[in-house]
Unconditional design. Structure first.
Length: 86
């Protein structure tokens, strides 16, 4: 994929990858490492890190973790953005 086609401002912002359906055990166990491998390739291309969090909305697995990560990511981004513009 040609990542240069994406808005460079957006690709430099902090990102989380939420992998839903972690409750589908056999499929999730097989696919999560594949997803993480592809994410590593993208990280190298973009020189950016992503956090991959498997969740199960059905069983509420890692929902609290995701909301906490989202909150802290947004707060950190706002702090860094205001420090740059100040």
């Amino acid at each position: 994929m040609n990542w240069k086609l994406f808005n460079s401002v957006l690709t430099k912002r902090p990102s989380l990858i939420i992998a839903n359906k972690a409750d589908v055990t056999e499929v999730a166990k097989k696919n999560l490492p594949i997803l993480e491998s592809k994410v590593k390739e993208i990280e190298k291309q973009l020189d950016q890190q992503f956090i991959v969090v498997p969740i199960s909305a059905k069983y509420r697995k890692n929902i609290h973790k995701v909301t906490s990560l989202l909150r802290s990511t947004v707060e950190d981004f706002k702090k860094n953005e205001s420090a740059v513009t100040a």
